[in-house]
Ligand binder design. Structure first.
Ligand code: ATP
Length: 235
């Protein structure tokens, strides 16, 4: 479904992504893990069309998309739930959700997907008229994921959904990722919490300073000595 090949991305003179390659098969959960500053967010923002690569290719469903503007990327079926959630605090929960559907005109379908978001995250339905800024961190994460789902994406990219969440809330978010996969959404998951991400993922890629240093199935990486030492805090 998605193939990223030899991708390079720079901020001025700083090269943040230095030739990474990975692929995401339809129906899979694929995770990018790695330390702070490894280039994970930069990679997602480039796939979303918010940054332009200086080299390499991004191919989605057989077509190159590395020159496609961000709003057209959403229409192609790719949505991103950004790091730090970026919800609009003064707008209501429902208004935030509806922003995710901005590229759509099928009103009946939008209403159906709004109900689906409320079923997935009942708290959003119960408090649909509440200002989103009053939500807790975990609730805001649910809102950000719900908003990304409102574009009815084929490929959902989640940037550190577990950041700042309690272990219990993190479990809920991760089990929602599994539910979304079961419902047919392909997921590219960026996580600092390597253990949780690798447990879920079909495939994982370990990034370090802009490069892929290790890849394998989630299970292989979980049992790899290098990953255990560097990312799971084991001796
Ligand atoms: P984290 O897990 O800490 O969010 P990350 O793997 O997502 O890290 P990126 O945010 O992609 O990493 O950053 C990769 C590199 O690019 C870092 O060295 C960072 O300082 C740099 N960088 C990111 N955004 C900018 C920017 N707007 N201008 C300049 N440098 C940037």
């Amino acid at each position: 479904m998605l193939e990223v090949a030899d991708l390079e991305v720079s901020y001025g003179k700083i090269k943040a992504v230095k030739g990474i390659s990975f692929s995401v098969g339809e129906g899979e959960v694929v995770t990018l893990i790695g330390t702070n500053g490894a280039g994970k967010t930069t990679t997602l923002r480039t796939i979303s069309g918010l940054l332009r690569p200086s080299a390499g290719r991004i191919v989605y469903q057989g077509k190159r998309i590395d020159n496609v503007p961000a709003h057209d990327i959403v229409s192609l079926g790719i949505a991103q739930s950004p790091e730090g959630r970026r919800i609009f605090p003064r707008m209501t929960v429902e208004e935030n959700l509806m922003l995710g559907a901005f590229s759509r005109t099928d009103h009946a379908g939008i209403a159906k997907d709004l109900q689906a978001a409320y079923e997935l995250f009942p708290i959003l339905g119960e408090r649909s008229n509440q200002a989103a800024g009053t939500f807790s961190g975990g609730e805001q994460q649910m809102l950000a994921m719900g908003r990304a789902m409102m574009s009815r994406p084929k490929l959902l990219m989640l940037d550190e959904p577990s950041m700042g969440l309690s272990p219990l809330m993190m479990k809920r978010i991760m089990s929602t990722v599994r539910t979304l996969q079961e419902q047919g959404t392909t997921i590219l998951l960026v996580e600092q919490n390597a253990q949780a991400a690798l447990k879920l993922a079909n495939h994982g890629y370990v990034l370090e300073v802009g490069k892929v240093v290790l890849s394998g199935t989630g299970r292989e990486l979980l049992s790899s000595d290098d990953v255990r030492k560097a990312y799971l805090g084991e001796e």
